[in-house]
Write a protein that binds this ligand. Structure first.
Ligand SMILES: [Zn+2]
Length: 418
């Protein structure tokens, strides 16, 4: 049983007992039709990573129209706007990412059937943008002023090779972010409070070309060296907990016409991740050594025309740990309980929260939608069949609002939790 610290419980109860806060919660429920229409509007403005500009402009315009008049496209293409609080200290950032994994031309429209919206990117993470708009409206409608400023941000380049680039640029460009709430889990019950460390490299083994028969014995073989390295990595032992993973995801060598030839190059891409600094460091050393040893062994085997190794980083994701009883996690748990949802702490994560956590800034990643207990809630994100169930979806918005108010504080009612 997860118990929040009594002083935080007291603040939370005070928050809930407030008339304005209740008004904001009710507003969110009543606002779902509009939130849905905004989601439908945004999802058809396609936004592959690095090409979010059209969606960014539309999102900024929608922010401006509802009173966030400073909304603008800033660092790294992020849409940034501030909702003023009563103090000038560190701000609370609430954000969703604007980019999707789909190239232009993928989204043909939105289909709505039996309370479900279908469109690529409808959940991940377009829904978060609609949530931000709804939360801002709810604060205005209820007349709530926060203690800390709230930064509403739509970020770029979260997905894939974007490598959390938009949120990284935001943190690089401003040092006034004191806490971060990301909205990017499909299930509101999941509270992501850790950042899995992950790195991806291309290991390229470079040698000479030659005939498979004619040149045999005169040169080392790039494909054999790559295979030696992959075989070593395949046997690497990792703990189940903390979760630690590795995956050789690509192996490219040779050409269609070179079936009887030594390939002059073999390239292997390896991604590896861990929720433990030590396990990560150990594994990284092992993987790098595996390639060096493989090349050395292959060179020693033939002792002619030696191979060389080139290593290129493809993506580097920092991470880190937080106390499961840090303020944001406790606020998230209490708010879920209040909404009748059984929360769980999801181990690890590769979300925009990673960047904050790696810098020692408190952060959580929360959910976008409601999943009935006992169901997996797989919304097929990252596939063209992606869908978003509308049932109880407003609860995810209410959840984000309550956590935001705990983090930012409410003027005349509660101080921000620390
Ligand atoms: Zn996402």
């Amino acid at each position: 049983m997860y118990e929040a610290k009594p002083e935080r419980r007291e603040l939370f109860n005070k928050l809930l007992a407030d008339e304005k806060v209740q008004k904001a919660l009710k507003f969110i429920e009543d606002d779902q039709e509009r939130t849905k229409e905004e989601l439908k509007k945004l999802v058809v403005i396609e936004a592959p990573s690095w090409e979010e500009e059209n969606r960014a402009k539309a999102f900024a315009q929608m922010m401006i129209e509802q009173g966030l008049t400073d909304a603008h496209i800033g660092a790294g293409g992020d849409v940034i706007s501030v909702r003023k609080g009563t103090t000038d200290g560190p701000k609370v950032l609430i954000e969703g990412h604007m980019d999707t994994v789909f190239p232009f031309g993928t989204v043909k429209g939105v289909e709505e059937k039996d309370g479900i919206l279908y469109a690529p990117g409808i959940g991940d993470d377009t829904r978060a943008l609609a949530m931000l708009l709804c939360i801002n409206r709810a604060l205005s409608a209820a007349g709530i002023t926060t203690v800390k400023d709230v930064l509403f941000v739509g970020t770029t380049r979260e997905e894939g090779l974007g490598g959390l680039g938009g949120i990284y640029d935001l943190h690089e460009s401003r040092k006034d972010i004191g806490a971060q709430i990301s909205l990017d889990n499909h299930n509101m019950a999941a509270i992501t409070y850790e950042g899995t460390i992950g790195e991806t490299y291309e290991f390229k083994i470079i040698g000479k070309a030659g005939h498979s028969y004619g040149a045999f014995g005169t040169m080392a073989n790039t494909v054999h060296a790559g295979a030696r390295a992959v075989a070593k990595i395949a046997d690497y032992q990792v703990p189940d907990d903390p979760k630690t993973t590795f995956c050789a995801s690509n192996f490219h060598a040779g050409t269609a016409s070179g079936v009887h030839a030594f390939a002059p190059e073999a390239s292997v891409i390896v991604n590896f991740r861990s929720n433990s600094d030590e396990e990560f460091a150990k594994m990284k050393t092992f993987i790098f050594n595996a390639f060096e040893e493989a090349v050395r062994e292959e060179n020693e085997r033939w002792n002619k025309e030696p191979l060389t190794l080139e290593v290129k980083p493809i993506s580097i994701t920092p991470g880190g740990k937080q106390d499961p009883h840090c303020a944001l996690v406790e606020a998230s748990q209490m708010a879920l309980e209040e909404l009748g949802v059984k929360g769980f702490l999801s181990q690890g994560g590769s979300t925009n929260a990673n960047i904050a956590i790696s810098r020692g800034i408190p952060a959580v990643c929360l959910g976008r939608g409601f999943v009935p207990e006992g169901q997996s809630g797989n919304i097929r994100n990252h596939s063209v069949d992606e869908f978003f169930p509308l049932y109880n979806a407003h609860k995810a918005v209410q959840h984000a609002l309550l956590v935001l108010l705990m983090a930012a504080g409410v003027d005349g009612l509660i101080d921000p939790i620390e």
